[in-house]
Design a protein around this ligand. Sequence first.
Ligand code: IMP
Length: 517
Amino acid sequence: MEENDNQRQELQNFLQKTAESFKEVKTISVTCLQFGDTGKGKFVDLFANWADIIARGTGGDNAGHTVVCNGKSRVFHLIPSGITHDKNGKINVIGSGAVVYPKTLVDEINLLSSEGMTVDNLKVALNAKLILPCHIVLDRIHEAKAGEAKKIGTTGKGIGPAYSDFIGRRGLMVNDLLNPDLFRQKLDKALNYANQLLAECNRESIREIMFHEHLENGLYYHEQKYANDNFFFEMEKIVERYVEYGKLIFPYISDTDYLIRNSCGNKNILLEGAQGSMLDVDYGTYPYVTSSNCTPAGLAKGVGLKESDVDLTFGIIKGLYMTRVGKGPFPTEIGGAVSEGWCNGTGSRSQEKEMEVDSNDNDAFKQGVAIRINGGEYGATTGRPRRVGWLDLPLLRKSLEHGAKKIILTKLDVLSGVDMINVCYAYRYDGPDFYYGNIKLTQGLELERAIVLPEVLKYCIPLYHKFPGWQEDIRGLQNFDDLPNNLKDGLASVFANLSALPAIISTGPDRKETIFL
Ligand code: IMP
């Protein structure tokens, strides 16, 4: 207990110093400034020691984080990472901006219970959005039909269609699970719409999707009864199952917006982001984005707060490289189109294990594979190899415009042993004339701030600063001064012209393997 109190005080002192403000730091957020998967879990875990409330407010079970329960690593998708923390009255919240697939929630609650852990510290927003079976079918069928050039590479969890229905005023919310008649009425509307969209699709493909385990092995599938029968879902089966889920989730459902607003300023609140700014539906590389707002402002809104309620915003980037899962522009991708094709096609972790690769390989694709293996860069939700690229400052500058005052650098140890590090400081535009508002892009134009439209990014050639890497193993270092000189010089040049400075450097997965600046 005393140790926890000391840690909490130390973290409070650090946050206070980092915020450089006279206001006491009570609410902080941690979001990713790239395309997700930046190792946020470690910091959420660290700050969870300090927090009274840990809340996520965006996305759904498309996210993935590894949590150690009773010494075993478990991947969670929906429940916030703080759930396993020493309780002490700590509350974990799935906020109103999130989308909830009840099956995933119940599976995760059951998994924790089977490990002997209670979840009595969990709260689910009554106005979080519901993912219905039709959303998952629509997501998967759309991707399957799209053809290579138009695929987004979604996680197939129904995230986009669930948010679309909500915005289109056909959506359901968690609270509807508790009121069966209302649930049925609203479901009818959503299913009618989905049936219309699916009418043009191949029934066999829909059937196959619906027999997936994630969709409860065909439980909701409506067998065609006559030739023009364009119903695909057994509504009553959905009602029955979702109402059952509602009963199981009932103890956790509450008005979390109200709770968080009332706690803001008097309790320590940690807001846990999901995905990353460049996947934000408004500010990312649209349409190659997820369907929520992944920036600090989006996260604050997703738990019922205003951006100005957050006293300190941390943005996470990987230590001098980055990754992207799925399709979409990625100018600094190591190995370019070959890497993209591999990661979005047949490439797999098991095949990569057998490959002879080196992180100094002259073949860029192989160099990328080696860095991916070093960093364990495989999707926690889908297992897909993550595309690996050099740090892209034009994209980072753009992300920083949407918030995050202090930077956390993770996984810096992954690049140890790479002889030459590339950092993209600007792009050279190499495409046809293009109007971006009143700015005319012409061949040869240099851009220091990314224009995140895919039709522009695909013509952006990265211009690199190269700096010699470091051979020393930096794993576990806790003092900035102990870092190799090449690395310190590299960091100084990277951060010279950015609007935010690093506050924390992670030199390994363990909590102790951290440098506080
Ligand atoms: P969706 O969120 O499943 O609709 O997927 C849209 C895009 O966001 C795809 O490119 C996904 O790979 C990406 N995405 C969604 N969740 C994550 C995540 O947690 N990490 C990284 N990428 C993600």
